[in-house]
Design a protein around this ligand. Structure first.
Ligand SMILES: Nc1nc2c(ncn2[C@@H]2O[C@H](COP(=O)(O)OP(=O)(O)OP(=O)(O)O)[C@@H](O)[C@H]2O)c(=O)[nH]1
Ligand SMILES: [Zn+2]
Length: 182
């Protein structure tokens, strides 16, 4: 990646030998490795068996998980929040693991719709929940810094699985819990 960053810097007409840019290809390569580190993670490793028996069958919501991703079209950041809810059936997932799973998928090249679905399907798969609801709201730098240059548009996507899809009351409970506190 380092040599490719050097070509990009040369490509924009910059002087690779100027002192300020001397280590930039190396830094940029390292930064991009970090920004896409989700490719090196797996669900099993992230979850680390942190599933705990519980007889709760009430909704669990983790709200406002901050999220940084890169759009797969321009490789520019999209930044926002993710809200994840599920209804357990006998076991609950370690709280931090929900945020770690969000990060694992966010730290890849993504479109927001796929990111949302991947998070929801994984939580359903891991917890064997009765249902899962995921909402992502994000601002896309490719729409702000360039292109159509809209500073205030917010993209909201949702994925509703199981009872969150089939049962209107569950869906309503999710949305009202979300509104209790922003
Ligand atoms: N659906 C969806 N579209 C996205 C996402 N991130 C970026 N895009 C869009 O991907 C599209 C790519 O369109 P193209 O016409 O191929 O590329 P472009 O010429 O750079 O498009 P503009 O952004 O309109 O200048 C744009 O409309 C982006 O807004 C995302 O997460 N979901
Ligand atoms: Zn984009």
């Amino acid at each position: 990646m380092e040599s490719h960053w050097a070509s990009i810097i040369a490509g924009i007409g910059e002087d690779l030998d100027r002192p300020g840019l001397k280590d930039t290809p190396k830094r940029a390569a390292k930064a991009f490795e970090f920004l896409t580190r989700g490719y090196k993670q797996s669900v099993d490793e992230v979850v680390n068996n942190a599933l705990f028996p519980s007889d709760s069958n009430e909704m669990v919501l983790v709200q406002n998980i901050e999220m940084y991703s890169l759009c797969e079209h321009h490789m520019l950041p999209f930044i926002g929040k993710c809200h994840v809810a599920y209804i357990p059936t006998g076991k609950v997932l370690g709280l931090s693991k929900i945020a770690r799973l969000v990060d694992m998928y966010a730290r890849r090249l993504q479109i927001q719709e796929s990111l949302t679905t991947q998070i929801a399907e994984t939580i359903l798969d891991v917890t064997e929940a009765q249902g899962v609801g995921v909402i992502v709201e994000a601002q896309h730098m490719c729409m702000m810094m360039r292109g159509v240059e809209k500073q205030n548009s917010l993209m909201k996507t949702s994925a509703m699985l199981g009872s969150f899809r089939s049962d209107q009351k569950t869906r309503d409970e999710f949305l009202s819990l979300l509104q209790l506190r922003q």
